[in-house]
Design a protein around this ligand. Structure first.
Ligand code: AMP
Ligand code: MG
Length: 484
């Protein structure tokens, strides 16, 4: 079998007719998965209540049903003013009314020398072009008429448009006596400050969420804002999980000496769900070709098959052999990474082993150019390798089958707490602990016992990524990391 240190296509020893197998760099392997993922089609759409659709992938566009905001919306509690009236400070303005969130927009107009008490979320009155924050004002309950007469002069005095002296609040129907109030303003504002003009966030008809967009909480907020109580989402892809190994027992069993419980099926199921898939756990396959083949055939009925174990060099690592018997195409049979070097990616033509998805998604998955096939990943059995290779390779395929454009891997950077020495040749994703706050964040490798060490992985919160050509990274250097 081809191993990590070769980019040259090699023949698969299991069969002379099999697709040539090859080992790739991490980047080439990831690109290859993304290329295949770009060719798959999601399942049929279904209609769900908005909240049931959280985390699902939109099969429709969501458009603004009106302008956002639908009116000039105040973003502060304070006084709606004309910016030109608050240039010489402090100044006093006649308060001609109050508008709170929910009041109808046509309820008030204000003129020169006037202000309107306004609340966050309320509609700006006609005539105002800014809001002065309440913190920069003092309301004064005095004989306003006299004060204003003396300060701004009778000829320039506000000519309030009705209703002013006794403003009728349209929304509540209460009558407010505003004629006797003035406000002192201590800070100026520029025109446009502290309100968002109608339509500034989005125009009616504008696409707010595209097809293929995951409905996270922000997406849910948008769908709710435009009144979508039901949304069209893609059916989740069914992802078969087949753990292999004679040593494995189910989690309810008491393992004999030499046996271990099957944890990979469960960790994978827990990774498949947030990636947008529906895990289908098969029974554990023994390291015996006939039974293994029957279970692989069962798994290939789903939209994607994830195998764990049985892809290394050992005598009983039979996964590639059995897949070869099923005329699998192998796109790679190793990646230059640690952990997870023996990872395998390929596909089986659907006709060979029956129809994926029981025909449910067959019509939407039939591409004109791409023949119907079911992809599989053979993930190494060591639990940390299984988890890492899932994130690096299987996740984008599940996202694509779920109807999303696969998300790129996001690498952050942090300073290394203590020196790392390693061997060259593999890109390493080593469990690490990111700690410290803000600009003092530092990352340190977790001391681990290798890729079987789930206890250490559970303590880690990220992977430090070490390029294949680095032998030594000094304390204090910036290193890329992948959160987990
Ligand atoms: P393999 O890839 O089959 O050579 O397995 C590598 C290591 O991972 C061995 O120590 C296995 O016992 C362990 N392993 C394989 N499959 C699982 C599983 N499903 N759950 C937990 N450990 C596993
Ligand atoms: Mg095994």
């Amino acid at each position: 079998m081809a191993r990590y240190d070769s980019n040259v296509p090699l023949s698969n020893p299991s069969s002379t007719e099999a697709t040539p197998a090859r080992a790739l760099s991490f980047e080439d392997a990831r690109r290859l998965v993304e290329r295949h993922a770009g060719q798959v089609s999601p399942g049929k759409p279904e209609s769900l209540d908005l909240l049931a659709a959280a985390g699902r992938v939109l099969a429709e566009e969501i458009r603004a049903d009106r302008d956002f905001p639908p009116f000039d919306r105040a973003t502060r509690d304070g006084y709606a003013v004309r910016a030109a009236d608050v240039t010489a400070l402090p100044t006093r303005l006649e308060v001609v009314g109050e508008i709170k969130a929910g009041d109808l927009p046509e309820c008030l107009t204000m003129n020169r020398g006037q202000a309107v008490s306004i609340m966050t979320g309320a509609t700006m009155p006609a005539g105002a072009d800014a809001v002065v924050m309440v913190e920069y004002t003092s309301a004064q309950e005095v004989g306003a008429r006299e004060v204003l007469d003396s300060e701004i002069g009778v000829s320039e005095k506000a000519q309030p448009s009705a209703p002013v002296a006794s403003h009728s609040n349209v929304a509540t129907g209460t009558t407010l006596g505003w004629g006797s109030r003035i406000v002192e303003v201590r800070h100026g504002v520029s025109a446009g400050e502290n309100f968002v003009p109608r339509g500034a966030e989005a125009r009616v008809g504008q696409v707010l969420l595209g097809r293929g967009r995951r409905l996270d909480f922000a997406g849910i907020a948008i769908a709710a804002s435009v009144g979508k109580d039901r949304v069209q989402v893609f059916r989740k892809p069914r992802v078969a999980v087949l753990s292999t190994g004679d040593e494995l027992v189910e989690i309810g069993a008491s393992p004999e000496a030499g046996q271990i419980r099957n944890s990979n099926s469960y960790s994978l199921a827990a990774q498949i769900q947030p990636a947008g898939g529906e895990p289908v756990l098969l029974v554990v396959a023994p390291d015996e070709p006939r039974r293994l083949r029957a279970l692989i055939e069962e798994g290939l009925q789903c939209d994607l098959l994830l195998l764990t174990g049985g892809v290394s060099m050992g005598k009983y690592d039979l996964v590639e052999q059995v897949l070869t018997e099923l005329s699998a195409e192998f796109y790679f049979t190793g990646a230059a990474i640690q952990p997870g070097r023996p990872v395998v990616f390929g596909a089986c033509a659907a006709g060979v082993v029956g129809h994926p998805s029981g025909g449910d998604t067959a019509d939407t998955r039939t591409g004109v150019s791409a023949p119907l096939k079911t992809y599989f990943f053979g993930l190494p059995g060591n639990p940390v390798s299984t988890m890492v290779t899932f994130e690096l390779f299987a996740r984008p395929m599940i996202e694509a089958l779920a109807g999303m454009r696969p998300l790129p891997l996001i690498f952050l950077r942090a300073r290394l707490k203590s020196e790392i020495k390693t061997k060259t040749g593999l890109k390493r994703f080593l469990p690490a602990i990111l700690s410290g706050e803000f600009e003092n964040a530092e990352v340190e490798l977790a001391r681990w016992q290798g890729s079987g060490d789930i206890a250490t992985l559970a303590r880690a919160n990220c992977y430090v990524v070490i390029p294949p050509d680095r032998e030594r990274i000094e304390a204090g250097d910036w290193v890329p990391l992948l959160l987990r």
